[in-house]
Design a protein around this ligand. Structure first.
Ligand SMILES: Nc1ncnc2c1ncn2[C@@H]1O[C@H](COP(=O)(O)OP(=O)(O)OP(=O)(O)O)[C@@H](O)[C@H]1O
Ligand SMILES: [Mg+2]
Length: 237
């Protein structure tokens, strides 16, 4: 089988001497949506941090476009085309929306940053309207749009999102998922952790159910949604 575009392969590691991840594998193809679900504390955020280089792996590897990036810093991975929206503290609340987006472009030195910002505003029109407001004054859903927009400012090849719909209403969640599908259609791979497991698996090409740092189920989103065991244990029946 061909190598996936991004893969964290057989990742083992944690924050200290105790391993959180146990030979955990997460991958996403070009332009596809991969979703990680699982109970609280399963290691979903830890797996995302491992793929982004915020965790020293004891074993395993991370490869992007066939290149081994296991030893690269998060910043070096951003230069390779990875964008990451962490679960918490993912915007600068005292800065305006536009300043947040400008910060997102920090690694770029080309002269098309303004065009990328227009693309972000086209994707999230409310951000254009509120571009001069401090991001901290925005609603939860709008803040998540700022966080996603900030990550898009680096023109990533892979966008990693840790619970992008946390704390938003079902309508706002649906809207955000539609935008995420739109982003994937431009060829950007999406690797996303989601608490709203059922809805997220509906838009997922590939789904991962993590339990205690290990892969419990891996399949297409559709197959996982149809699996009685997955439904019973992880999707509330
Ligand atoms: N910085 C840290 N230092 C030490 N242990 C941590 C740290 N962050 C997380 N852990 C532990 O690692 C385990 C996995 O946590 P993680 O945040 O990856 O889970 P999660 O699946 O993302 O959970 P949630 O659904 O609540 O976001 C938990 O036992 C947690 O207590
Ligand atoms: Mg988490």
């Amino acid at each position: 089988m061909a190598e996936p575009f991004l893969i964290g392969e057989a990742m083992t590691g944690g924050y200290g001497p105790v391993d959180i991840l146990h030979s955990c594998t997460i991958a996403v193809e070009k332009g596809e949506i991969a979703v990680i679900v699982g109970p609280n504390g399963a290691g979903k955020s830890t797996a995302m941090k491992a793929v982004f280089g915020m965790l020293n792996l004891r074993q395993g590897a991370v490869r992007l476009g066939g290149e081994d990036i296991t030893k690269l810093s998060p910043q070096a991975r951003v230069r390779k085309g990875m964008g990451f929206v962490p679960q918490t503290s993912n915007i600068f609340t005292s800065m305006t929306v536009e300043e947040n987006l400008e910060m997102g472009a920090f690694i770029r030195s080309d002269d098309t940053i303004a065009q990328t910002m227009e693309q972000v505003y086209d994707l999230f029109p409310i951000l254009r309207e509120k571009r001069h407001q401090p991001a901290g004054q925005l609603s939860g859903g709008q803040r998540q749009q700022v966080a996603v927009g900030r990550a898009l400012m680096t023109q990533p090849r892979v966008l990693m999102l840790d619970e992008p719909t946390a704390g938003v209403s079902p309508i706002v969640m649906d809207e955000l998922f539609d935008r995420i599908i739109e982003i994937a259609r431009t060829g950007i791979s999406i690797l996303m952790v989601e608490q709203n497991a059922r809805q997220a698996l509906e838009i997922a090409d590939k789904g991962y159910v993590l339990v205690q740092g290990s892969n419990r189920f891996t399949d297409t989103g559709k197959a996982l949604l149809a699996d009685p065991e997955v439904r019973k244990s992880f999707l509330g029946g």
